[in-house]
Design a protein around this ligand. Structure first.
Ligand code: UDX
Length: 410
């Protein structure tokens, strides 16, 4: 089978690499000439564990181009272009323009939409391309994208024409994952409902954390016991400074405005967004509580990536905190094992970052930030991700951890 992949971002590139590794002939198309040129010279534009090795291994079965006409003989063309939110609403411009370009496909080819799109989009793609369309959403997580694509929890195949759904199902037949066949709209809904539910779960435990801080309780103890109920499960129940990244913030907002436009507003999703947006300011307030007036003082932010094991800083809580602190006249320095950014002065080791600052905020739970309590002894600390041994710290606040009152104070 020959496969096309349109859009070589996170999802597209990983999909292309995995499918080529499984033996398919894959053509990847992107409008960004520099990216395509780089990929053809072996330069990988993103950091994802195992991706470079996979791309090297599948050389020969995998080509990259800016030329859509190279897709004319593929059996299935995946659309994996980005769907940004503009003023809180999803922009389908890239998906729709890719659909028009896919008129080059043969009549028996199928378009599979992987991009996250609002219900109703697959129908439009069919109108614009004149080809059969299947909605085949992706649930991969950055950091484990290859494993998630090779061995997904479920494969959702939404469509109308059985033969087209059969063909896309065949592409993924190397996985042992359960296949759910649905309509286009159901498949599109599954993706948004799943991401929104996870965002709600995180915001829920973060509000419980707020309450724990007032009550001299530890949210981790509460979450652990809650998670033992299989109906709740322990996953995505880690309190912290909130969710970031390229998906949750964008998808929840797009889903909310979509629901509002239909006159059925998803109030719980709205509340989850609001709770999440308050997290960075809360971190700043916590630091003020231990450190007092922050103006002209030096604060170090540990962790600028939106989560560990990625260099991705999109919607990163660490960077949001940095900009709030700067507005308050604070001198901010940052350290991250992998992420690089222009927006904060970065130093090359955590030791230097901590040594130069009076206050420290842990914004991402990188493994190398565990066990650094000795370095923090003389500092004002906010443990925003609950990775520190609080009994070893003197002046600190931690998410979801009771105030330093009697019996708890270290
Ligand atoms: C997410 C979804 O998991 C994936 O299915 C979807 O396809 C894309 O979006 P990703 O953005 O890579 O994947 O990150 P994920 O690992 O899910 O974490 C999202 C955010 O939630 C991170 O900022 C993380 O720090 C935060 N998070 C996660 C918490 O604050 N608490 C938790 O318990 C779990």
């Amino acid at each position: 089978m020959r496969i096309g992949v349109v859009g070589l971002g996170y999802v597209g590139l990983v999909t292309a690499a995995v499918l080529a590794d499984k033996g398919y002939e894959v053509v990847g198309v992107d409008v960004d000439e520099r990216k395509v040129e780089g990929l053809n010279c072996g330069r990988v534009p993103i950091y994802e564990p195992g991706l470079k090795e996979l791309l090297t291994r599948s050389q020969g079965r995998l080509t990259f181009t800016t030329d859509y006409s190279r897709l004319s003989d593929v059996d299935v063309a995946f659309i994996a272009v980005s769907t940004p939110t503009v003023n809180g609403r999803i922009s389908l411009d890239y998906v729709l323009s890719a659909s028009r370009s896919l008129k080059v496909l043969g009549k028996d080819s199928v378009i599979a939409v992987k991009s996250t799109v609002i219900p109703g989009t697959a129908r439009k793609v069919r109108e614009l391309s004149g080809r059969e369309v299947v909605s085949n959403p992706e649930f991969l997580k950055e950091g484990s994208a290859i494993r998630d694509t090779t061995n997904p929890d479920r494969i959702v195949i939404g469509g109308e024409a059985q033969w087209a759904m059969d063909l896309v199902e065949k592409v993924w037949s190397f996985t042992n994952s359960p296949v759910i066949r649905t309509t286009w709209e159901e498949a599109e809904m599954i993706k948004y409902a799943s991401n929104s539910f996870l965002a709600v779960k995180i915001s829920f435990i973060n509000e419980i954390a707020n309450l724990c801080e007032r009550l001299n309780c530890d949210v981790n103890v509460v979450a652990k016991a809650m998670g033992l109920d299989p109906r709740i499960s322990p996953h995505f129940l880690r309190a912290g400074l909130g969710y970031g990244g390229s998906c949750f913030p964008k998808d929840t907002k797009a889903f909310l405005s979509f629901s509002e436009d239909l006159g059925e507003p998803l109030r719980i999703v709205g509340a989850a967004i609001q709770v999440n947006e308050e997290r960075p300011l809360r971190a700043v307030r916590m630091l003020e509580e231990v450190m007092g007036e922050l103006r002209d003082r030096v604060v170090c932010i540990l962790g600028l990536a939106f989560k560990p094991n990625t260099d991705d800083t999109r919607e990163s809580v660490g960077l949001k905190i940095a900009s709030l602190l700067k507005e308050k006249g604070v001198r901010v320095i940052g350290y991250d094992p992998m992420a690089r950014t222009e927006s904060v002065e970065q130093v090359s080791t955590k030791e230097e970052c901590i040594a130069r600052a009076e206050g420290v905020i842990v914004a991402t739970e990188w493994e190398e930030f565990k066990g650094i309590e000795d370095l923090l002894k003389e500092k004002y600390v906010v443990d925003g991700r609950r990775i520190l041994d609080l009994s070893k710290l003197k002046r600190f606040r931690a998410v979801g951890y009771g105030r330093m009152t009697e019996g708890r104070s270290p």
